[in-house]
Design a protein around this ligand. Structure first.
Ligand code: GDG
Length: 498
C-alpha cells in the first residue's frame, strides 16, 4: 500500500535560486524563468526538497570550509522562509560547458524547437551530458528515499531514471518536458536518438506540454523501439514495452492565475500601469515579453511592426510597441548576435518612423521586477506573443490573467503550446508571416469592445480553471495516483483557490 504522505522531490538543472559569490561570501538570489514561476509556489505550499545546480560553476575557489558553512546557513534560512529544502549539485566549468551550454543548449534546445540547422552535434557534449546526469543521479539517490516521489524537470536531465535504475536504486519517477518534443523526422537527426528515447522510457511517467508533443514522442518511439505498444487514448496513455510499462501524458503547464490577477489589481500596480499609459500619452500599447532567445521570434515581430506602420500610416503616432527582452545565455555567441540584430532592427524602425514626441518601439533589455512586469501586462492593449516554436509560453497566460479590465487582445503564435488551449479566443498567427501579423495587429487595434471582452473573458476563464495547481495535481495523480493534498502541508496560501 502507498504511504499516506510522501515527500515531493523536484530535480531540475537549476535550483529556484541563484548562488553568487560576493566580496563578503555567498549570496542567494531568487531565480527567474518559466520553470521557477511554475514550481516555486507548489513546493512552498506542500514542502519537500528541490535538487539542482546552483548556477555557480567554480565552487572550489574560496575556502571550502567557509563556503560550506556559508551555504548551509543560507540554505537553512531559505528553508525556513520557503518551506522546502534545497540541495545543490556542484558542477565544474567543463561540466557546465559540455552538459549545459553544449548538449542542452546547442543540441536539444534547437533540435526540439525544429531548428536543426542550429545544432552542433559534438560527441563530447553527449559524453559530458551523460557524466553530469550520472552525477545528478548519485546525489538524488543519496538524498532521497524509496518513499519519495521524484519529479524530474526538463531536457537537461532525461537520463535520471536510467542511471538510478542502473545503480539499482528503486524510485518512483516522473519526468516533465517543458519544451516541445519534435516530429520523428527531426528527432531522428539526433546521433544518440536510440539511447535518448530508451532513457525516457525508464521513467514511470513521461509528461509533455501538449497531445501533439506526446504523439511526436510516440512516433519516434515506434520507429526506434518497435516493441512499444500504446494502450489507451485519453490525455494519459500506457506504453507497454514487453517486460515493463510506463505512462505518457499531456499536461499543459500554467500559471498562478489568482496571484497575477490580484497583483494587477493592487493600487500601486494599477498606478504604475496608469503612469505608463500616461507617459505614452494613452496611445495603444502592443507588448512583447520574452527571454532573449532565437525561438521567440523577436526579429520577425519587430519587422511586423515595421510592416504595420508602412501599411497603415494612419497608425503613426497612435501606437507604441514595447518589447521587454530578458537577458539569457549571454555568454553564447548566437545570443550576442541575436541581441545585436534586435538592437539594429529597433534602431531601423525607430529611424524610419519617429517624429518629435513619438518613438514607435520601446525596447528594454533587462529583467523587470515582478510588479513592474505585471503593470506592463495590465497596461497593454495587445499581447503580442509570437514564438517560432514554444513548449507552452507562460507570457501569453500571464498577459490574460493581468487583463482585469478584460478588453485586451492576445495575438498568439500557432506554434506555441498555449495555442492548443487558447486557439478559440486568441488571434492565432504564423510567426514567420510578418504581413499576417501586421494584419492581425491592425484588426486587433480596431476590434469592437464587446468582441474583445467576449474573447478575453473566455481566455481568462480557461486559464483561471486550468491553473498551475491543476497542472501539478494532474501530473501527480497520473504519476502516483495520488493528489497534491496527499503531500505534507506547510501552509495553504494558494491551493484550491479556483
Ligand atoms: C520554458 C519553455 C514553457 C519574463 N520577463 C520577465 C519575467 N519573465 C518571466 C515571465 C514568465 C517566464 O519569464 C517566461 O516563461 P515562458 O513560458 O514564456 O518561456 P521560457 O522561459 O522559455 O520557459 C516554455 C516554460 O518553460 C514552462 O514550462 O512555457 O515554453 O520554453 O513566467 O513572467 N519575470 C520577471 N521580469 C521580467 O522582466 N520578473
Amino acid at each position: 500500500m502507498e504511504p499516506a504522505l510522501r515527500r515531493l522531490v523536484v530535480v531540475s538543472n537549476r535550483l529556484p535560486v541563484a548562488l553568487r559569490r560576493e566580496e563578503d561570501g555567498w549570496k542567494l538570489k531568487q531565480g527567474s524563468g518559466g520553470l521557477v514561476t511554475a514550481m516555486a509556489p507548489v513546493l512552498k505550499n506542500r514542502g519537500g526538497m528541490w535538487i539542482g545546480w546552483s548556477g555557480a560553476s567554480d565552487p572550489g575557489r574560496g575556502s571550502k570550509a567557509t563556503d560550506e558553512t556559508d551555504m548551509e546557513t543560507l540554505f537553512a534560512d531559505f528553508t525556513e522562509e520557503a518551506g522546502y529544502e534545497l540541495c545543490t549539485v556542484p558542477l565544474t566549468r567543463e561540466e557546465v560547458d559540455g552538459y549545459y551550454y553544449g548538449f542542452s543548449n546547442e543540441i536539444i534546445w534547437p533540435l526540439f524547437h525544429d531548428l536543426q540547422s542550429r545544432c552542433r552535434f559534438h560527441p563530447r557534449y553527449w559524453r559530458t551530458y551523460l557524466d553530469v546526469n550520472f552525477k545528478f543521479a548519485e546525489v538524488v539517490a543519496r538524498r532521497s528515499s524509496p518513499e519519495d516521489y521524484l519529479w524530474i524537470q526538463d531536457y537537461h536531465l532525461m537520463h535520471q531514471a536510467f542511471f538510478l535504475k542502473s545503480m539499482g536504486v528503486r524510485r518512483n519517477t516522473g519526468f516533465f518536458l517543458h519544451i516541445p518534443f519534435p516530429p520523428p523526422d527531426i528527432f531522428m537527426k539526433l546521433p544518440w536518438r536510440a539511447k535518448l528515447i530508451q532513457a525516457l522510457t525508464e521513467f514511470d511517467l513521461v509528461g509533455f506540454q501538449t497531445v501533439q508533443d506526446r504523439r511526436n514522442f510516440v512516433g519516434s518511439l515506434h520507429r526506434l523501439m518497435p516493441e512499444a505498444k500504446v494502450e489507451g487514448r485519453g490525455a494519459v496513455v500506457a506504453v507497454n514495452m514487453g517486460n515493463r510499462s510506463f505512462r505518457a501524458g499531456a499536461f499543459p503547464i500554467s500559471i498562478d492565475y489568482a496571484q497575477f490577477s490580484e497583483m494587477a489589481a493592487q493600487p500601486e500596480v494599477a498606478r504604475k500601469a496608469f503612469d505608463l499609459k500616461e507617459a505614452l500619452r494613452h496611445r495603444k500599447i502592443i507588448l512583447g515579453v520574452d527571454r532573449l532567445d532565437y525561438t521567440k521570434g523577436i526579429p520577425e515581430r519587430i519587422r511586423s511592426i515595421q510592416t504595420l506602420l508602412r501599411r497603415y500610416p494612419d497608425l503613426k503616432g497612435k501606437v507604441n510597441f514595447i518589447q521587454i527582452a530578458v537577458p539569457s545565455r549571454e555568454e553564447v555567441d548566437e545570443y550576442k548576435e541575436l541581441r545585436t540584430e534586435i538592437e539594429q532592427l529597433v534602431g531601423r524602425v525607430n529611424g524610419e518612423f519617429s517624429f518629435p514626441g513619438w518613438v514607435p518601439v520601446h525596447y528594454h533589455y533587462r529583467s523587470l521586477p515582478h510588479d513592474d512586469l505585471v503593470a506592463y501586462y495590465a497596461a497593454a492593449d495587445v499581447g503580442l506573443v509570437t514564438p517560432l516554436r514554444d513548449g507552452m509560453n507562460l507570457v501569453a497566460k500571464e498577459y490574460c490573467a493581468c487583463n482585469n479590465k478584460g478588453d485586451g487582445v492576445l495575438i498568439l503564435s500557432e506554434f506555441a503550446g498555449a495555442a492548443a488551449q487558447l486557439q478559440r479566443h486568441a488571434y492565432l498567427v504564423n510567426p514567420y508571416d510578418v504581413e499576417g501579423i501586421a494584419k492581425a495587429l491592425h484588426r486587433a487595434l480596431h476590434w469592437q469592445l464587446e468582441e474583445r471582452k467576449a474573447h478575453m473573458s473566455r481566455l481568462r476563464e480557461q486559464i483561471r480553471r486550468n491553473n498551475i495547481f491543476r497542472w501539478v495535481d494532474s501530473f501527480l495523480r497520473a504519476g502516483i495516483a495520488k493528489s497534491l493534498e496527499d503531500f505534507p502541508e506547510v501552509e495553504t496560501v494558494h491551493f484550491n483557490r479556483v
